[in-house]
Design a protein around this ligand. Structure first.
Ligand code: IPD
Ligand code: CA
Ligand code: CA
Length: 264
């Protein structure tokens, strides 16, 4: 497999998709809800996913694609080469703010993350990684993450997870809020993982994410030495929804042991 060629191909598709999304700011877009009234999808999410899938299928007919909006394949295993795509991660931000959203793509071979991309369309910032070759923000190589303390940590977490009725113990998570330096919630899991990989956040925590929210980010995070698991401390399988904690190396076990308790 010529991963350098696939990397160049993907970057060029991502840049073209970014143009399309920025152009959509000047059009009237159609907004609908999916699983609930706050779960938004637009015609742009759908068109961008179709743009990626058509191009990938044409160039690599034996690869499979798992896309959020359902235009790809039914993927239940990661055998062979599988592309995992979120055309717009942070659709609510796309609709309400026209910023703070990203294209997220992970390319896996037999379950191993080979390529990862998170493209902040409005800032024109591309986070990209190739397995074993490091991670970059545009042309700049991202340094490996050092350890850090909880007292100095800025942590990405959504306030929804503090609700005691959810499956994670909200009270314990509130202790994390009290102990860390500060919390942030950007509304795009992909961007928040990219922020951990590039040192803007020290950890990011979410109780439930889909494969396309995390697949690109995990490849980037691993290349800088971030630790990525679910709340049970086990690796993600990228075909089912799961919780996520991604952080600087030393913080991971500390947060997991002291602040995360999964309700029975
Ligand atoms: C959502 C965003 C958000 C996260 C949600 C995701 P979408 O993705 O990543 O930050 O909290 O769980 O569903 O729907 O905008 O692609
Ligand atoms: Ca998403
Ligand atoms: Ca999406």
């Amino acid at each position: 497999m010529d991963w350098d060629k696939i990397d160049r191909f993907t970057k060029s598709l991502i840049k073209e998709a970014g143009h399309k999304i920025r152009n959509s700011f000047f059009e009237r877009i159609q907004i609908e809800s999916k699983s609930n009234v706050n779960d938004l999808v637009t015609n742009i999410d759908q068109e961008i996913e179709q743009f990626f899938i058509q191009n990938i299928q044409f160039a690599f007919p034996d690869h499979r694609v798992l896309g959020e909006e359902g235009y790809g394949d039914q993927v239940t295993t990661l055998n062979g080469v599988v592309w995992i795509i979120d055309p717009i991660d942070g659709t609510m931000n796309f609709v309400h703010q026209k910023r703070n959203f990203a294209i997220s793509i992970g390319v896996y071979e037999d379950g191993v993350g080979m390529l990862g991309y998170i493209y902040d369309v409005v800032r024109d910032e591309l986070y990209a990684a190739k397995n074993g070759a490091g991670a970059y923000l545009n042309d700049e190589r991202l340094p490996r993450l050092s350890d850090g303390s909880i007292e100095e940590a800025v942590i990405g977490v959504n306030a929804r997870w503090f609700n005691a009725k959810r499956y994670v113990n909200g009270g314990k998570l509130l202790n994390l809020v009290a102990d860390c330096r500060g919390t942030r919630s950007y509304g795009s899991a992909a961007l928040e993982i990219a922020y951990v990989a590039s040192g803007k956040l020290d950890a990011y925590i979410s109780g439930r994410l889909s494969p396309w929210d995390v697949a690109g980010g995990v490849v980037i995070a691993q290349e800088v030495g971030a630790i990525t698991t679910n709340f049970k401390g086990t690796t993600l399988n990228f075909v089912q929804p799961d919780s996520l904690i991604v952080s600087r190396p030393s913080l991971h076990a500390f947060i997991l042991q002291n602040y995360i308790e999964v309700n029975a």
